[in-house]
Design a protein around this ligand. Structure first.
Ligand SMILES: Nc1ncnc2c1ncn2[C@@H]1O[C@H](COP(=O)(O)OP(=O)(O)OP(=O)(O)O)[C@@H](O)[C@H]1O
Ligand SMILES: [Mg+2]
Length: 308
């Protein structure tokens, strides 16, 4: 199937000369939830802003549902809903009017029933006649989401939607995201919360220093997460892993003083017993043993640290 968003060689150098994105290429699949993970300043908002036509790319091309986001801006933008990272709302308007007006901006005919549904889903219906400035921070964030959904977009971007949001709103938001996905909406979110990406996303992309350094199915990352390492401190250094132990995923470290065995905790058996027997048969003795499990957080931190 044709990707719903296709990003080819997009780079961005800001007027200050700062290179915020370095040739990003990425396809977003129709109907998936894609999480973009990265530290502060990685380029997440820049990338989203380019796709939404708020920032102009220095090079490259983006297609949204087949429409070039520059040449065919209106058609592309009408497919997209954006919940921005920063709270920006018109303070003096009422909730209902703000959200209705957003729909009009995309040239869609008035549809009070749809606006009502969106406001009810976000528990904003009671506040529909309130001026925005009288709402709490969390409610303002809900209004931003309502605005993004006002024109029934096929693609929804959520830029740090749960930063500074309470547990209840976070749960409501994730339920809403799942419901939207059920209706076929494609969702791209950025988050600092790795657990959130772990819970919500079908695929995860890691961005750092303007480079997309990894794009993987969550299931595949979870498989990596299931990996464990056993570290054996050897009595005598080894030159090479003996051929009789070739079936094991073994690596030598620290000039042959350490033997590292990587195994899958989710596998049927770890192979540790057989390995230890094999080591004894080879006359390889060890002084100490340690095990260590990698988490998505470990993977993320090591990926991001390696590059800086
Ligand atoms: N208008 C601008 N002019 C110059 N530099 C900018 C501009 N906007 C962003 N940058 C720089 O580009 C880099 C990427 O910023 P961006 O907002 O895309 O990061 P981010 O990944 O969204 O970070 P955060 O997690 O903090 O939201 C940062 O170093 C930022 O300072
Ligand atoms: Mg950002």
């Amino acid at each position: 199937m044709q990707p719903i968003i296709s990003i080819s060689n997009v780079s961005k150098t800001y007027a200050t000369g700062f290179e915020a994105l370095k040739s990003i290429s990425l396809d977003i699949k129709r109907g998936e939830i894609f999480a973009l993970l990265g530290p502060n300043g990685a380029g997440k908002t820049t990338l989203i802003s380019i796709i939404c036509g708020i920032v102009t790319a220095s090079t490259g091309q983006v297609l949204a549902d087949g429409h070039d986001i520059v040449r065919d801006y209106r058609a592309a933008r009408s497919k997209i809903g954006l919940v921005p990272q920063e709270l920006t709302t018109d303070a003096f308007e009422t909730v209902f009017d703000t959200v209705s007006f957003s729909r009009g901006l995309f040239g869609k005919p008035r549809n009070p029933a749809h606006i009502e549904k969106v406001l009810r889903d976000l528990s904003l219906w009671d506040k529909r006649n309130n001026k925005i400035m009288t709402l709490s921070g969390g409610m303002k964030r809900r209004v931003l989401i309502a605005k993004a959904l006002s024109h029934e977009p096929q693609i929804l971007f959520l830029d740090e939607p749960t930063a500074g949001v309470d547990v209840e709103l976070r749960r409501d938001m994730w339920n809403m995201v799942r419901d939207l996905r059920e209706t076929g909406v494609t969702i791209i979110l950025t988050t600092h919360y790795i657990e959130e990406a772990e819970e919500m996303a079908d695929r995860i992309g890691v961005i750092n220093g303007g480079e997309l350094i990894l794009v993987e199915n969550k299931a595949e990352l979870m498989r990596k997460l299931g990996k464990k390492e056993m570290l054996l401190h050897l009595d005598q250094p080894l030159q090479a892993v003996p051929a009789s132990l070739a079936e094991f995923d073994l690596h030598l470290a620290r000039d042959g003083h350490e033997l590292i065995y990587v195994y899958d905790t989710q596998g049927e058996r770890t192979g540790i017993t057989t390995l230890l027997r094999g080591l004894a048969d080879e006359g390889i003795r060890f002084r100490d043993i340690e095990t260590r499990q990698s988490s998505l957080e470990d993977i993320f931190i090591s990926l991001v640290k390696d590059r800086t």
